[in-house]
Design a protein. Sequence first.
Length: 151
Amino acid sequence: METVADEIPFPQRLEGRFDGMIRLADVATLRNEVERLDGWYVVEPRQPLPEAPVEGSIVSAQLQDMVEEILREERGVWTTMVYVQSVENPEIIKVFHPRRAGCGCGGGGGILPWRVFSRFRPESVPAWDEGSCATNPGSTAAGKSWLRKFL
């Protein structure tokens, strides 16, 4: 029997409420939960969608490698770059790379995730195709620095 929750499009699922993993212990707990669950899709924005899910152990290992890179980039200072809907029952995990998360604050577009791990079959996400850091050509501030937008 199909439920209303099953009918939610993938792009809309990505917009729901997510908690940031701030402590390394939170990520370890998340990795343990991910590892015990199979059926994960590994999604990279602007790449072809995966056709088949992978085992939880593969996703857990990828998540660990990504967290280690985040910590190296942040020089050991932990910041919120990993988001999950529920640590106890993870269904979608969004991971952001520190060096690719800079354009969102400038108002020029959304920030693309580095990877999305999903237990739902992924679909095309239109916002990912629009250029994450492009300025809105209709804006009067197009082409100006962020400071000049306010002057």
